[in-house]
Design a protein around this ligand. Structure first.
Ligand code: C2O
Length: 548
């Protein structure tokens, strides 16, 4: 591979959406940020320069970072954040991965507008395992806020209440024609008839799983989270924050100047005070004679998206995702298991501090936890404390393997809300084969939790609703061609079973990719020890690693 150089200037930029102007945080003045493009096997050097008043760090979501955890990016996990007027060069090599990933800020809620596509093309002489597309188009879903999201989350954390929601969902930063004062701010994709387009879908939204569909067109799913899947056709899909999905779009043979809406709107498993609006873009067929149509009305063709609580659509879609699992792209599902973990994930409350009025349920404060531990970020990076043998006062290694109280979800809120705070980690010897069952508790929330693991892909060997049954469910695990990915929606009141091989030494964050749940503590970290061979050890830290 070759070495590719990028510079990211983190700076303010004025943007107007929904007739509201605001200075937002961007990479190089762009939202979404610039495309990072590399081939499998390349080394990427990205110099990030911080020109804003706040601390920042950037995460390369889904990049395995083999032995280079220092370049992973989550603040206080694998680095101290980059301070104002400081810079840091992220240096990593792309090994054994190709497809669509993305990057985003990894501190507080700064990823709301600091994000962009990270595209890994196949190695020089390799090709796609599907028809070569005529064009490749990133489609990024995100959220627009009329006010500063940092103010929203800091106020929510102070009062314990739920944060205010965004004002619009966006497609490539545009809310689209279904919002007020927004028809000019519409993403338009011009296509030629009879061609195949590769759409690289990325859900960069802070807090919402989304359904997506294009009117009158079928999409062929070919890849998720930069892993090829067995292709299948669908007219709608679901994508959680953190996930990426590549689809082929075949345009129709002859449709001069026809326009179709593409649209996305949220999926939640219940009804709440959530935003239920729709972002839309326009797919426009070129006119063969070359005149440009001027669209004055909404396209006639609109997609039907599932209702907000349509769990069946979600299950039907996710059930179809299978690894390609052929000789060229095998699914290396761990067949043996060294360590089994059962983690409950969900929302709860904590008591309101004295002399405070709290806005959480019944005057409490919202919190979120994994195995009843609400994770607190330390004030120095865990990886530095680990590498230099200074864990004292930074983190502990006693993260529970199981919830402290046996868990049983009966459909009514179970009584396991005694939550502790801490920076508790799990230590894994190199090459441990892990089976991890994530059980959603539905104590308060009604949402699925998109759990994201840094540093690894995992195989989703099982999934179900209700309680996980360790005596019955493993018999149905798929150990042949389960989907391999880095972010999985743990269904509300249900479970998923994952397997991964801990072959990447370092410190690896795992958290809910709904940003508000991360803020409330739905996060933890794994420490994977060095192996005996020199090429199984975490590399030493780069000399420009930021200091806290
Ligand atoms: Cu995409 Cu830790 O995040």
């Amino acid at each position: 591979g070759i070495t590719r150089h990028y510079t990211f200037n983190i700076k303010h930029h004025n943007v107007t959406r929904l007739c509201n102007s605001r200075s937002i945080l961007t990479v190089n003045g762009k939202w979404p940020g610039p495309r990072v493009v590399a081939r499998e096997g390349d080394t990427v050097l990205i110099k990030v320069v911080n020109h804003i008043a706040a601390n920042v760090s950037i995460h390369w979501h889904g990049i395995r970072q083999l032995r280079t955890a220092w370049a992973d990016g989550p603040s206080y996990i694998t680095q101290c954040p980059i301070q104002t007027n400081q810079s840091y060069i992220y240096n990593f090599t792309i090994t054994g991965q190709r497809g669509t990933l993305w990057y985003h800020a990894h501190i507080s809620w700064l990823r709301v507008s600091i994000h962009g596509p990270l595209i890994i093309l196949p190695a020089k002489n390799a090709s796609y395992p599907f028809q070569k597309p005529y064009k490749e188009v990133p489609i990024i879903f995100a959220e627009w806020f009329n006010v500063d999201p940092e103010a929203i989350i800091s106020q929510a954390l102070q009062t314990g209440g739920g944060p205010n929601i965004s004002d619009a969902y966006t497609i490539n930063s545009f809310p689209g024609p279904l919002y007020n004062c927004s028809s000019k701010d519409t993403y338009k994709l011009k296509v030629k008839p009879g061609k195949t387009y590769l759409l690289r879908l990325i859900n960069a939204a802070l807090n919402d799983e989304l359904f997506f569909s294009i009117a009158n067109h079928t999409l062929t799913v070919v890849e998720v989270d930069a892993v090829y899947v067995k292709p299948f056709e669908t007219d709608k899909l679901v994508i959680t924050p953190g996930q990426t999905t590549n689809v082929l779009l075949k345009t129709k043979p002859y449709f001069p100047s026809a326009t179709f809406l593409m649209a996305a709107r949220p999926y939640f498993t219940g009804q709440g005070t959530f935003d239920n609006t729709t972002t839309a873009g326009i797919l426009e067929y070129e006119h063969p004679l070359g005149h440009n149509s001027h669209i004055k009305q909404l396209p006639l063709f609109k997609p039907t998206l599932p209702p907000i609580n349509d769990t069946n659509s979600v299950t039907n879609f996710t059930k179809k995702l299978r690894s390609l699992a052929n000789s060229k792209f095998p699914a290396n599902v761990p067949q043996r298991v060294d360590r089994k973990f059962f983690f409950t994930v969900g929302l709860g409350t904590r008591p309101c501090p004295q002399n405070t009025t709290c806005q959480g349920p019944n005057g409490t404060m919202f919190m979120a936890s994994v195995n009843n531990v609400s994770f607190t970020l330390p004030s120095v990076a865990i990886i530095q404390a680990y590498f230099f043998g200074q864990s004292n006062g930074v983190y502990t290694t006693d993260f529970p393997n199981n919830p402290p109280v046996p868990f049983n979800y009966t459909g009514t809120p179970p009584n396991n809300t005694n939550v502790s705070n801490g920076t508790r980690t799990v230590v894994l010897p190199y090459n441990t084969s892990v089976e991890l069952v994530l059980q959603e508790t539905s104590i308060l929330g009604i949402e699925s939790h998109p759990l994201h693991l840094h540093g690894f892909n995992f195989f989703v060997v099982g999934q179900g609703s209700g309680n996980y049954d360790p005596n019955k469910d493993p018999a149905n695990f798929n150990l042949v061609d389960p989907v391999e990915r880095n972010t999985i929606g743990v269904p509300s009141g249900g479970w998923v079973a994952l397997r991964f091989l801990a072959d990447n030494p370092g410190v690896w964050f795992m958290h809910c990719h709904l940003e508000v749940h991360t803020s409330w503590g739905l996060k933890m970290a794994w420490i994977v020890l060095d192996g005996p061979q020199p090429n199984q050890k975490l590399l030493p830290p780069p000399s420009d690693l930021p200091k806290c």
